[in-house]
Design a protein around this ligand. Structure first.
Ligand code: AHM
Ligand code: MG
Length: 336
């Protein structure tokens, strides 16, 4: 039997490709890998333990927090705090960034932004959820207090980004800017093994993913693009297939493998879009571009947007480049 490469081995083997190859990033990814396994274990038994359902609280964005949102947030925070590489973490579940300012973090050079459990409204019905993370070097000097500006960096400054999808199998997919690799958790030994080396998104696809319940609220260009996806045309392989789980990581992951486009546009329901720039769109944009795809807000590359707040929302068009470009053409034509 051929022994699979484990995520731990892969991280060490590829450490040299990384511009600041000091081993710190490898340690940091190790913390994330461990937290992902803990969260996976808790999600897997969620129906048996009393951890389903709402907490009875809301996060800063006014969304009901699920018990598993809190568990995932605490697990990742603890794992990142336990090592000395990270000086602060910003999370969807926390209004302000959390500074790690004790002695072991005094010369930590990285900040992490994360959505610890994305798509958590799907948990109670046993539908896939995910974790998304984004890693930057701090811009302020080590040994000083971490500041908001360390977190408000454009996506192009990301050092690494990834996601975990807790699906029919659990996978961790990440990039450090040298392509994208996917690892499947072998539950019998509790180890992530390389299963999807050098992932490439198909240049074109047949899947469009959008919450069509919001159709009447969308800009005219998006409505026309959706109609285009639904029309019959043999030459361009239409109609396309509509697939929408409502769990960004899962929808993104499927489209990355099969080819497709995910849209969360502006609309009267979500005037700035729904998805968060820093810990949802940027990390997935880094991954999709590394896999040969595109991510924009309809006009600009997501990763070029200069953020001005931690929980900033942006419209998002992400996936196979030809599909994103066609959507753009509709947006330009029906600009309103
Ligand atoms: P969350 O971070 O509160 O879970 O919200 C993000 C989720 C995404 O996973 C998903 O793609 C989107 O919200 C679904 O939104 P909608 O229900 O409006 O279609
Ligand atoms: Mg989310």
């Amino acid at each position: 039997m051929v022994q699979p490469t484990t995520l731990g081995e892969f991280i060490v083997e590829n450490q040299r490709d990384f511009p600041f190859a000091t081993g710190e990033l490898s340690q940091l990814l190790t913390s994330i890998r461990l937290a992902a396994k803990v969260v996976n274990r808790e999600i897997n038994k969620a129906g048996l333990a009393d951890i389903l359902g709402a907490m009875g609280s809301e996060n800063v964005q006014g969304e009901a927090q699920q018990k598993l949102d809190i568990m995932a947030n605490d697990t990742f925070m603890r794992a990142l705090r336990s090592m000395g590489q990270v000086c602060g973490v910003a999370s969807e579940e926390e209004e302000h960034f959390v500074a790690f300012d004790d002695d072991i973090h005094s010369d930590a050079r990285y900040v992490v932004l994360m959505d610890p459990l994305d798509g958590s409204s799907n948990i109670d019905v046993n539908v896939s959820v995910g974790t998304i993370f984004s890693i930057y070097r701090r811009t302020t000097p080590a040994e000083s207090a971490v500041e908001l500006k360390d977190f408000l960096q454009p996506g192009d400054a990301q050092i690494a980004a990834g996601y975990v999808v807790y699906g029919s199998s659990t996978m961790l997919v990440y990039t450090t800017g040298n392509g994208v690799n996917g690892f499947t958790l072998d539950p019998s030994i509790g180890v992530f093994c390389l299963s999807h080396p050098d992932m490439q998104i198909p240049q074109d696809g047949k899947i469009y993913s959008v919450n069509e319940g919001n159709y009447v609220h969308f800009p005219e260009g998006v409505k026309r693009y959706i109609k285009y996806c639904q029309e019959f045309d043999k030459a361009t392989n239409r109609p396309y297939t509509s697939r929408y789980i409502g769990s960004l990581v899962s929808d993104f992951h499927r489209n990355l493998i099969k080819g497709g486009v995910y849209l969360y546009p502006t609309g009267t329901m979500a005037p700035k879009g729904k998805l968060r720039l820093l810990y949802e769109c940027n990390p997935l944009a880094f991954i999709v571009e590394q896999a040969g795809g595109m991510a924009t807000d309809g006009t600009r590359r997501i990763m070029e947007i200069a953020p001005d707040e931690l929980h900033q929302r942006v419209p998002c068009f992400i996936g196979s480049p030809r599909m994103v470009e066609t959507a753009h053409a509709f947006l330009r034509k029906y600009e309103n």
